[in-house]
Design a protein around this ligand. Structure first.
Ligand code: HAH
Length: 336
């Protein structure tokens, strides 16, 4: 790697110091393989997987904090913040959570007790270090008029599982900022459902401080107007906003091609323009947006390799596979 150019590369966090925190999702592999880049360019991390329910409590009462602790130690050593992801979700949650020892569904009270115990144990462990948590992830449906996604949480507890989660979280760490987090957040139909859900929480004085826009976007979707409308709508609730899982896929969602082995110059050009426009928009909303977290750091590792198309690489970030700044990076940092 060319260390000389590295020295000359400005730091994203420094350039955006007066705007918002800049984060990256990490795992035990990337805190080693991307260490220098992470430390130079980001001031916050999120565990991509290692703080999810199935990782922290795979068996009832047996908490496994080893991996999460290593990520927390990495953040501490490098003076970085941590966003917690995620406490209550329908995915990556073990089956035991919803069943008793006879294999039957637990009661509402039992599940609430398990929820409270999980949230409290996890949040107390990282109190003072994790400044902000995704308390509930992806509780809203993508299609149709129904608001709540059908999940075991909803089925067993009822619609108030969401406010209960926030109440337990607030009790566990009254200083933590508590977020509702979702994807397709800029799609007008889903946006209104997320708005309605979060508004109902605010109206009930549930302790919620922010909305997380996952921001799994691509070169054309969602449009800048849709993103702006989503930011305005959520901000009208008086909450803070964060982009929590930003990436810009080089493929449209319907695009299933698998022949690309590197991005074409046309793709690179479109992606640079897209990033330039996105950050221009985000800077306009610096008063309400408090952090922008990428769902990775550089193109050598992204969950989008293999998802949603198996065996296909993607190049969604500002840094290439060798951790060198892409054209998009220079666009993002050059503004007046
Ligand atoms: C996110 N879901 C999750 O919040 C995160 O924990 C995971 O690591 C990756 C993505 C987004 C999502 C999606 O983009 C498409 C379908 C379902 C969920």
């Amino acid at each position: 790697m060319n260390t000389k150019t590295n020295v000359e590369v400005p730091s994203l966090t420094k350039v955006y110091d007066n705007y918002f925190n800049i984060g990256a999702a990490v795992n035990l592999g990337t805190i080693i393989s991307q260490q220098d880049l992470l430390v130079q360019q980001f001031n916050s991390i999120t565990a991509e997987n290692d703080m999810k329910f199935e990782e922290l409590q795979p068996v009832e009462g047996q908490f496994t904090f080893e991996k999460a602790d290593k990520l927390a130690a990495f953040a501490k050593e490098n003076g970085m913040k941590i966003r917690g992801h995620t406490l209550v979700w329908h995915n990556q949650t073990p089956a035991w959570v919803y069943h008793n020892s006879q294999g039957e569904k637990v009661t509402r009270d039992e599940l609430l007790q398990r929820m409270k115990n999980h949230i409290t144990t996890v949040m107390e462990r990282y109190k003072g270090q994790i400044y902000c948590w995704d308390v509930v992830n992806e509780a809203v449906t993508d299609e149709g008029l129904e608001l709540y996604r059908k999940t075991n949480w909803l089925d067993i507890i009822g619609e108030d599982y969401i406010e209960k989660a926030f109440e337990f979280a607030h009790g566990a760490d009254p200083n933590a900022l508590l977020f509702y987090n979702d994807y397709n957040e800029s799609n007008p139909g889903k946006r209104e459902k997320i708005y309605q859900l979060v508004k109902s929480l605010v109206d009930k004085q549930v302790p919620i401080h922010g909305v997380g826009l996952q921001a799994h976007w691509n070169l054309t979707n969602p449009s800048l107007d849709e993103i702006r409308a989503a930011i305005e709508r959520y901000a009208s609730l008086g909450l803070k906003l964060q982009l929590t899982e930003l990436d810009v896929s080089v493929f449209a969602f319907e695009d299933k091609r698998t022949d690309l082995i590197e991005p074409t110059s046309e793709i690179n050009e479109l992606q640079s323009q897209r990033y330039q426009q996105l950050f221009e928009l985000l800077r306009e909303y610096r008063d309400v947006i408090t952090a922008v977290t990428f769902w990775g750091a550089a193109d050598d590792y992204t969950w989008l390799n293999d998802f949603p198309v198996r065996g296909r690489k993607n190049w969604p970030f500002l840094f290439d596979e060798n951790h060198q700044p892409k054209e998009a990076f220079w666009k993002v940092i050059s503004f007046k």
